[in-house]
Design a protein around this ligand. Structure first.
Ligand SMILES: NC(=O)c1ccc[n+]([C@@H]2O[C@H](COP(=O)([O-])OP(=O)(O)OC[C@H]3O[C@@H](n4cnc5c(N)ncnc54)[C@H](OP(=O)(O)O)[C@@H]3O)[C@@H](O)[C@H]2O)c1
Length: 261
């Protein structure tokens, strides 16, 4: 079976790096068109070039926007529509890891986390859903974290923002299923990305990237951390016609790490 996107247009937040870039590349190689959204212009340009190389016939747009505000979300959505004509697939992926002891997390940090991980998804869904509903075809993928189902000590604010993202996923899946708009969440454990490259670089122990990855993967049942391409493969299925009977679910993509299904 060949999974194909047949010219569908995807808006991917956080598309300049890591999991977002891997998804954008997979979607473009499967015959989709992609709009990448992030703040940093340099990484966006590099990602755009990488995707054009990998999928020369795909339309690729790079949109610099900070999606923590309503204006930033509008800029991202309008830019994607200008470049691609419409948005058939929305991937709410942009995020950062914000966690700490509950008593040390300020209101400002809570607000920032909710703005990026919850409100951006709410606002972009509100912008994208009318078109998807009217065309009777749409896919929304919310990239979350396994802490959404199984929050650990010291995991706020991120686990709380992610749990809200899971509720948003289910509510929208139920509300828009009659319009053939499918909404799912993917819950990440540890998957290789720019985020982990930065963490390795900040580690003072002078160990290699391979040693560092092996160490991170030791506690994972599959014995290793994931690859961005493995994550992108599942996202592609959910974004395609072939994924047409899956909605309202939150899938762990974590090598078995989550203690709950
Ligand atoms: N990889 C993992 O193991 C893991 C684990 C748990 C959850 N996740 C989640 O999975 C998603 C992707 O993670 P990743 O590891 O691929 O991260 P990454 O390599 O750090 O990439 C994050 C992307 O989000 C963009 N971004 C961040 N803040 C933004 C903002 N305010 N507005 C627009 N774009 C913004 C970044 O670009 P700019 O900085 O240039 O804006 C970048 O393109 C995130 O939501 C992350 O929390 C990942």
């Amino acid at each position: 079976m060949q999974i194909a996107l047949n010219g569908r247009a995807a808006l991917i937040t956080g598309g300049s790096k890591g999991l977002g870039l891997a998804m954008a590349k997979a979607f473009a190689q499967a015959g989709g068109h992609v709009a990448l959204v992030a703040r940093g212009a340099e990484a966006l340009a590099a990602a755009e070039a990488e995707i054009r190389d990998a999928a020369p016939t795909a339309k690729v747009a790079a949109i610099a926007a900070d999606i923590r505000t309503a204006a930033g979300c509008e800029q991202a959505f309008n830019g994607a529509v200008r470049a691609l004509g419409q948005v058939d697939i929305l991937v709410n992926n942009a995020g950062t890891s914000q966690r700490g002891e509950f008593l040390s997390v300020s209101d400002a940090l809570w607000q920032d986390d909710l703005d990026l991980k919850l409100f951006a998804a709410i606002r972009l869904c509100r912008l994208a859903l009318p078109g998807m509903r009217d065309r009777r075809w749409g896919r929304i993928i919310n990239v979350l974290n396994i802490g959404a189902k199984a929050p650990k000590a010291g995991s706020t604010p991120t686990s709380v923002s992610r749990a809200a993202g899971m509720a948003l996923t289910k509510a929208l899946a139920n509300e828009f299923a009659p319009h053939n708009v499918l909404v799912n969440a993917m819950l990440v454990g540890i998957i290789e990305s720019d985020q982990w490259v930065r963490r390795h670089a900040a580690d003072k122990r002078n160990i290699t990237w391979e040693e560092w990855k092996a160490e991170q993967g030791r506690a994972v049942p599959l014995g290793r951390i994931g690859k961005a391409e493995e994550f992108a493969a599942l996202a592609l299925l959910l974004a395609s016609d072939q994924g047409g009977y899956v909605t309202g679910t939150a899938i762990n993509v974590d090598g078995g790490a989550s203690p709950v299904v």
